[in-house]
Design a protein. Structure first.
Length: 236
């Protein structure tokens, strides 16, 4: 029996309203390219990944002008109302060519700074474990506060065993698709793939990554991402 293959999925149908830009944040300029071009390259050209499925909005007028739009190992699928629906659309399309036990690495379109070494570490750690899958993250190091609706501190949260959850998040194709479909049918809020798997009773392995794997959400994040993408900091 052949070894399971690995596929990447990037949900990229969002508009990024918090950026205050006229175009979706994944198409903003970053280091002479667009954000999405950096992101796609990290996974599409990784030697351990066989292909990439990207979910895009129907009204997307920018993708066709990007560097990897016509790459033979990249498949475009329709995006959904929310991130989880875009991921599900990609998984359903992927099932037409992939095996149920193949691995899927889902990565945020707005995380262009992930390093190849991080992706490799995630793959190696997950495949060497008996966990249902895993995700990159970093342990919380700052003191954590919980506020009320008035933004005043209500209590200090114990930070031991708390992690910031990053992407990629890596799970088996069928297990992830079934978990997402089940959670949606039950009306459960799915904020990432790990939360769907948790709802389905699976525990994911946390693999420590790098703090530089930031998600671009607000205007100031672009400047920080540009710093991380400098030569010698985040190599291709």
């Amino acid at each position: 029996m052949s070894e399971p293959r690995r596929w990447a999925v990037i949900p990229a149908a969002g508009v990024g309203r918090r950026m205050g830009s006229d175009i979706p944040k994944q198409y903003l300029p970053l280091g002479g390219r667009t954000v999405i071009e950096h992101t796609v390259e990290r996974l599409l050209l990784h030697p351990g990944i066989d292909g990439l499925y990207i979910a895009l909005g129907e009204q997307d007028a920018w993708w066709e002008d990007t560097e990897y739009a016509m790459h033979p190992d990249l498949v475009r699928v329709p995006g959904g109302t929310e991130r989880v629906h875009s991921v599900l659309n990609a998984l359903l399309a992927l099932e037409r060519r992939a095996a149920p036990d193949d691995w899927v690495l889902v990565h945020d379109a707005a995380r262009p700074c992930v390093r190849r070494e991080e992706i490799s570490r995630l793959i190696e750690r997950v495949e060497a474990s008996d966990a249902a899958g895993g995700l990159l993250g970093v342990p919380v190091r700052d003191t954590m506060k919980r506020s009320g609706e008035d933004d005043r501190v209500r209590r200090t949260v114990e930070r031991e065993h708390l992690w910031h959850a990053f992407t990629p998040q890596m799970f088996r194709l069928r297990a992830l698709r079934e978990a997402i479909e089940g959670a949606l049918a039950a009306g459960v809020t799915v904020t990432d793939e790990a939360s769907a798997m948790e709802w389905a009773g699976h525990a994911a392995l946390l693999v420590e990554g790098l703090a530089s794997n930031i998600k671009i959400t607000r205007p100031g994040d672009l400047e920080l991402a540009a710093f991380y993408l400098q030569d010698g900091i985040t190599p291709h």
